[in-house]
Design a protein around this ligand. Structure first.
Ligand code: KIV
Ligand code: NA
Length: 278
């Protein structure tokens, strides 16, 4: 199949066809996501929490992102892959920002980059877009600002917050972004933003009225997820339990010498055994 384009994404919004996105960080998860028919893969910096074991996305480096993007691209060569710009790699000089973008595109093989923030990063989004790189925005709960936001709580409940988030969304659209992730925002506000924008909104924890949805591979499959299940995540399989059961059976069979069995074992020819051991 042909990978999605930014034009097709926009058309899907116009036609009311929901856009599916999965956050995946490596070859098998990206490959399975592509085979399952997801429209977009995000190599998210949530990899810091989910597969590197950090307690936030702040320690994730550009090197980490390049490494994981390459692996995901190898697994899903026919999918539009977006890579996150990590913490504090797009707030200094434009030169440094564009070098980071170049690494994700050239070394990583991403087709687009995602940046967290609203009005305050609109000029940066515009500069990256003008360089020919599609940009996905990300507003609402922006995990790279967790210490400023004071924790992981639902955004856009008050009218002040709602108006600020609407300004952010419009600024990012105006700057040329091809889509925007809306994280942990009230259903009403996400619906309003979705209606006001002509670029697709991709929601996580932001209700059913966004143009698309994104969930983390490990969360939707209960695959070793670090955090307790959250209200906005729906689990569609319990891979973690299947893995734990499988490994525990392996441990038992080694302890009882049930594994390796004859069918897993190699032998010398009989005459060689005779010759060596009589
Ligand atoms: O890093 C990530 O997985 C994300 C999504 C949750 C939008 O940014
Ligand atoms: Na992210």
């Amino acid at each position: 199949r042909k990978p999605l384009t930014t034009a097709k994404m926009r058309k899907m919004k116009q036609d009311g066809v929901p856009i599916t996105m999965v956050t995946a960080y490596d070859y098998p998860s990206a490959k399975l996501s592509e085979e399952a028919g997801v429209d977009l893969i995000l190599v998210g910096d949530s990899l810091g929490n989910v597969v590197l074991g950090y307690d936030s996305t702040l320690p994730v480096t550009l090197d980490d992102m390049v490494y994981h993007t390459r692996a995901a691209v190898r697994g899903a060569g026919n999918t539009f892959i977006v890579a996150d710009m990590p913490f504090l790699t797009y707030h200094g000089s434009l030169d440094v920002t564009l070098k980071g973008v170049a690494r994700l595109m050239q070394e990583g093989g991403a087709k687009a980059v995602k940046l967290e923030g609203g009005e305050e990063i609109a000029a940066t989004v515009e500069a990256i877009t003008k360089s020919g790189v599609p940009v996905v925005g990300h507003i609402g709960l922006t995990p790279q600002s967790v210490h400023q936001l004071g924790g992981f709580r639902v955004q856009g409940k008050s009218s002040e917050q709602a108006e600020k988030l609407m300004r952010d969304a419009k600024a990012i659209e105006q700057a040329g972004a091809c889509a925007i992730v809306i994280e942990l925002v009230t259903d009403e506000l996400a619906a309003w933003i979705t209606k006001e924008l002509s670029i697709p909104t991709i929601g996580i924890g932001s209700g059913v009225n966004c143009d698309g949805q994104v969930l983390v591979f490990h969360d939707l499959l209960q695959y070793g997820s670090a955090s307790a299940p959250r209200k906005f995540v729906k689990t569609y399989a319990n891979i973690g339990e299947a893995i734990r059961n499988g490994i525990s059976s392996y441990v038992q069979e080694v302890k009882t010498r049930a594994f390796p069995a004859p069918e897993n074992t190699f032998h010398m020819d009989n005459d060689v055994v005779q010759y060596l051991y009589g």
